[in-house]
Design a protein around this ligand. Structure first.
Ligand SMILES: NC(=O)c1ccc[n+]([C@@H]2O[C@H](COP(=O)([O-])OP(=O)(O)OC[C@H]3O[C@@H](n4cnc5c(N)ncnc54)[C@H](O)[C@@H]3O)[C@@H](O)[C@H]2O)c1
Ligand SMILES: [Zn+2]
Ligand SMILES: [Zn+2]
Length: 355
């Protein structure tokens, strides 16, 4: 079968991948569509260290093909969106509703794929850039058949991360002010999350002026072009003179992390979504923090996928959550290189690969 693999040097589209059968508690999914998130590119450029060879992709949707022993919540033929959280469901963190903090879900890549006698790792317990993938039962979330699978695919990372960061982690309240630095696939979802939460002033900042139209349609009330503003912080402060209640960093750049902290109003919180290199350090002015400010890390929108994916699919069907508009272009998987180039150069909100 076809898929996108990375061998430590370069990505490659191959057509001789194999996947093992689903074991107990696992689901075999025929992937129909998968979004290209910046984190896939970060594996390729080394920002996110990952063992190789690996099958990339972690934002997908498809149709259940087979289930292993003990799986009862989905059956062959069901449409599912896939999460990246292979949480155990049986530890204290899972039990208190924090599956993103389950220690079994972090840093334990499996090798369900093989090619020419070599085993390949799955990326983010998911590997949606393959015609078929095997995931744990908790990761396969049933969605209504009338949600188009290319749109549903985006829920599994961009929407869970961005909207989840607003609703679950920051808990943005009615009338509060929000700054979103970086209006890519994640940032656009933070913007629409802020709108859903009833935020008042929502400022998007991006270094690519071509992102303005999408940012505004996803909820930004203001847009600051970081490529032409001599002082981005001053430009934001002219809109929010006392600073923001919430500032989300959605790029993965330590200077922008500092900027997010500096843009906070009293009692404000900076939410860090972007992933800089693993050894990156950032600094902040300690004296500013005494004003009840916080810096919050956020993994995967602090999501509970079986609850949140169903909620986001419902909001989409009610016309309250935008998914179709996130997709700038779809590409057959063979055109992965073109999709990666378009994403790298910021020509798209999200690219979606189809199988
Ligand atoms: N925390 C999590 O669980 C999680 C989940 C998914 C992705 N991520 C991370 O989130 C980040 C964003 O991912 P994405 O898929 O949205 O990427 P993306 O490439 O779609 O978007 C990045 C955006 O940042 C903008 N940008 C770049 N440099 C800038 C600057 N100096 N000032 C302002 N804007 C700038 C780009 O123009 C682009 O619009 C990545 O670091 C990714 O690894 C984190
Ligand atoms: Zn992602
Ligand atoms: Zn657990």
């Amino acid at each position: 079968m076809r898929g996108v693999i990375f061998d430590g040097k370069q990505p490659q589209v191959v057509d001789d991948l194999e996947i093992r059968d689903p074991g107990p508690g696992e689901v075999l999914v025929a992937v129909v569509a998968a979004g290209l998130c910046h984190s896939d590119l970060s594996v390729i450029d080394g920002t996110i260290p990952f063992p190789v060879p690996v099958v990339l992709g972690h934002e997908g949707a498809g149709v259940v093909e087979a289930v292993g022993a003990g799986v009862g919540h989905v059956a062959p033929g069901d449409h599912v969106a896939l999460s990246t959280l292979a949480n155990c469901g049986a530890c204290a963190e899972c039990d208190r509703g924090r599956p993103t903090m389950c220690r079994k879900a972090i840093g334990m890549p499996a090798q369900p794929f093989s090619r020419r006698g070599t085993k390949l790792y799955n990326f983010a317990s998911n590997s949606a850039f393959a015609e078929r993938t095997v995931v744990k039962a908790v990761q396969a979330v049933k969605i209504p058949d009338d949600v188009p699978l290319p749109s549903a695919a985006l829920i599994g990372c961009g929407v869970l991360t961005g909207v989840g960061a607003v609703l679950n982690r920051a808990e943005v309240g009615q009338g509060e002010s929000v700054v979103v630095i970086g209006a890519g696939g994640i940032g656009l979802n933070v913007l629409q999350g802020a709108r859903l939460a009833g935020a008042s002033t929502i400022v998007a900042v991006d270094a690519n002026p071509a992102k303005e139209a999408a940012a505004r349609s996803f909820g930004a009330t203001h847009f600051v072009d970081a490529s032409t503003s001599p002082d981005t912080s001053a430009a934001v402060k002219s809109i929010l003179p006392t600073g923001a209640d919430h500032a989300f960093e959605c790029v993965g750049n330590t200077k922008l992390i500092r900027q997010a902290v500096d843009l906070l109003d009293r009692h404000g919180q900076a939410v860090l979504l972007g992933v800089p290199p693993a050894d990156a350090q950032a600094s902040f002015l300690v004296s500013s923090m005494y004003l009840d400010k916080s810096i919050l890390g956020c993994r995967y929108g602090s999501s509970r996928p079986q609850r949140d994916i169903v909620l986001y699919a419902r909001l989409y069907r009610e016309g309250r959550l935008m998914l179709d508009e996130l997709i700038t272009e779809t590409y057959p998987v063979e055109d992965f290189a073109k999709a990666a180039d378009d994403a790298h150069h910021g020509r798209v909100a999200r690219c979606v690969l189809t199988f």
